[in-house]
Design a protein around this ligand. Structure first.
Ligand code: AMP
Ligand code: MG
Length: 419
């Protein structure tokens, strides 16, 4: 019996509907295990990390100056206190502080017992072993970092689902924690399909092109913190495609293919996919990145989510950023929020048809008046990867929007952030 035809639904999905469709795909189970800090960057916490002690562990000075008892300050009159000793960061003042005395203290040093206030050195004067504090220089309780004010013992310092950044690693270290409970990396297999494609190092036969999608996919997956698995270049032959998809299903949590999901190809890829599982072919009101296949591949091990992206190099990247990235982050155990965008003005008029969301490649610059200006890189053909490389990010032209006039406000999605 021939395999069933792939399911397809002619209704054009909005980007929002496509995102929701993808988010219904079942998430793989990723185990949690302890991993050293330096392998934790960009990984996802599988459990809360609880502060084992108060941070800071002691009341300490927030300024260089003198630690004193707030009660020794006089309302409306100067105070005179004997300087009874010194406290440096890492070297606490030891002993009892006599009455009407203070301690020379440096930022970060533990507050001497009984002291609750620091007067900054520039607001007072020491001479002959005595400190003179002018009236009103400081109020009781000023310039002290309280024990536990950053984090109280037993409270979560980092929450499950957090994608770890530099500050999180520092925070764990500040708690004396050298290993973090991390989810296993999401293993994402990817392949390029097309008879015209060649790998680097192979001769380019007439009409052939080098495969770039496996390299952009590898980079986007690696940057997201996934474990990429290269399934290679697959010609437009059902048996070879089936073998590659089976391998992906056996070895990975998600399989991403590029190419062969356009209207002309869908049947070929579709029949192969239909033999292996339940995959539907959809059209998304997204430019570039319109065709999309999604569903489940089945194999002996269980099932794997399949995402079939278009072949055009820019469409692959845009579909990845707009649709796939969020899904993968959720699968990784994170809860991604909306991507932050900048408000910019369009440097030139842009053509845009209502009824689809368009992402246009653009460069960004700061205008003398402080506003951001986004300039199109020109040719927005979905095969022009060079313009993706030139661009600082993508102009987001919303579904209902029509042509954009020069100077009109637009959202800009930058490729790079600080994290
Ligand atoms: P397809 O989606 O297979 O119809 O491919 C659409 C266009 O993208 C065609 O011009 C392909 O040659 C090109 N293309 C497909 N896959 C790749 C790839 N991996 N690298 C570069 N170009 C590709
Ligand atoms: Mg093709």
């Amino acid at each position: 019996m021939p395999p069933p035809s792939p399911r397809s639904d002619d209704a054009l999905l909005s980007v929002e509907q496509a995102r929701e469709l993808l988010l219904q795909l079942p998430a793989p189970h990723l185990e949690t295990r302890l991993v050293p800090l330096h392998e934790a960057l960009q990984r996802v916490l599988g459990a809360d990390v609880v502060a084992p002690f108060d941070v800071p562990a002691h009341d300490n000075a927030a300024m260089d100056g003198y630690a004193l008892r707030g009660a020794d300050l006089l309302e409306g009159a100067p105070a005179r206190l004997r300087v009874a000793g010194r406290a440096l960061a890492g070297h606490a003042f030891v002993g009892e502080l006599p009455a009407q005395a203070c301690v020379r203290i440096m930022t970060g040093a533990v507050m001497p017992p009984g002291c609750d206030t620091v007067v900054p050195q520039e607001l007072c004067r020491e001479s002959g072993g005595e400190l003179h504090i002018p009236p009103g220089a400081v109020r009781a309780g000023d310039h002290v970092r309280r024990r536990g004010e950053d984090l109280a013992a037993g409270r979560p310092a980092l929450h499950e689902g957090r994608v770890l950044h530099a500050a999180d690693l520092g925070l764990a270290a500040s708690l004396g924690i050298g290993e973090l409970p991390l989810r296993r990396r999401l293993k994402v297999a990817f392949l390029s399909s097309g008879d015209e494609l060649r790998s680097i190092g192979q001769p380019l036969d007439a009409g052939c092109i080098y495969d770039s999608n496996r390299h952009t996919l590898w980079a986007m997956l690696a940057r997201l913190g996934c474990e990429p698995l290269d399934l290679g270049l697959v010609p437009d032959q059902p048996d070879l495609l089936e073998a590659a998809l089976r391998r992906g299903c056996e070895q990975a949590d998600v399989v991403i293919s590029s190419g062969g999901v356009g209207v002309g190809d869908a049947d070929h890829l579709g029949r192969t996919m239909a033999r292996l599982g339940d995959v539907s072919f959809r059209q998304v009101a997204l430019r570039p990145g319109r065709p999309l296949a999604c569903g489940l591949l089945r194999c002996e091990r269980g099932h794997t989510v399949l995402l079939g992206l278009p072949g055009n190099p820019v469409a692959v990247m845009v579909a990845f950023y707009v649709l796939v990235r969020e899904l993968l982050l959720r699968f990784m155990g994170a809860s991604p929020g909306a991507l932050p965008t900048l408000r910019a003005v369009a440097a030139q008029a842009l053509r845009k048809r209502p009824g689809r969301t368009e992402y246009q490649r653009a460069t960004l610059r700061r205008l003398p008046d402080g506003r951001w200006e986004a300039a199109s890189t020109g040719n927005q053909g979905s095969g022009v990867l060079h313009s993706m490389s030139q661009a600082d990010g993508l102009l987001v032209l919303e579904h209902e929007r029509g042509n954009v006039a020069a100077g009109e406000a637009v959202d800009f999605l930058p490729f790079d952030g600080l994290a």
